[in-house]
Ligand binder design. Structure first.
Ligand SMILES: Cc1cc2nc3c(=O)[nH]c(=O)nc-3n(C[C@H](O)[C@H](O)[C@H](O)COP(=O)(O)O)c2cc1C
Length: 179
């Protein structure tokens, strides 16, 4: 259990102090993100680190559920322009989601707060974020992750629910006999 506590401690943090996040920490988050698995190891992920207060403000205005006061955000984007377009087009969201979860876990482990704000698949939000970040055609924003020093605390937890687990066939309850 203890070894997995870093997973349970990750929570969405939506209130931040004004303290800037050091570049060295941001780099560690990006290292963790780029340790994620990806289909055919194509690594379609691209990351835009946003520090410019004006651009952050434009993003907050464009995204109705992303009005957080964090000093930094990272947009995890997928580049689907690669040669193996079939693969990258079909799997980029999964690859970039794996990278995002790694990034969130790393932020929490380093004492930072972060929240994943969804962009894809909402076309209107994709368009707005692409415009603010000047993304080229074929690079799509999966999300916007706000990052900063937390100004709120949330308890570690899992939302484990055995009723959501089945054995062999859907509907057959999974009942571990040693619990
Ligand atoms: C794809 C996705 C999109 C999300 N979009 C938003 C969002 O726009 N705004 C927000 O405040 N939280 C967003 N969240 C965070 C969820 O609300 C949060 O993960 C969920 O309530 C569980 O809480 P926890 O992260 O503390 O475990 C998003 C999470 C995911 C995975």
């Amino acid at each position: 259990m203890d070894a997995l506590n870093f997973i349970y401690k990750r929570r969405s943090i939506r209130k931040f102090t004004d303290a800037p996040v050091e570049d060295a920490l941001i780099e560690q988050l990006l290292r963790a993100a780029m340790a994620a698995p990806s289909a055919m190891n194509l690594k379609p992920w691209r990351f835009v680190v946003i520090r410019d207060p004006q651009r952050l403000e434009r993003l907050r205005k464009a995204l109705p559920f992303a009005r957080m006061n964090a000093p930094t955000a990272i947009s995890v984007c997928g580049d689907v322009r690669s040669l193996r377009r079939m693969v990258s087009e079909n799997f980029w969201q999964q690859d970039c989601s794996a990278a995002t979860e790694n990034l969130l876990l790393a932020a929490s482990a380093l004492g930072l707060g972060a929240v994943w704000c969804g962009v894809t698949p909402i076309a209107r939000l994709q368009k707005a974020v692409s415009a603010v970040l000047e993304l080229p055609e074929g690079v799509l924003p999966l999300n916007l992750v706000f990052i900063g020093y937390p100004a709120e605390e949330k308890p570690a937890r899992t939302q484990y629910d055995p009723a959501l687990v089945f054995l062999d066939t859907y509907g057959n309850p999974w009942k571990p006999d040693n619990l």
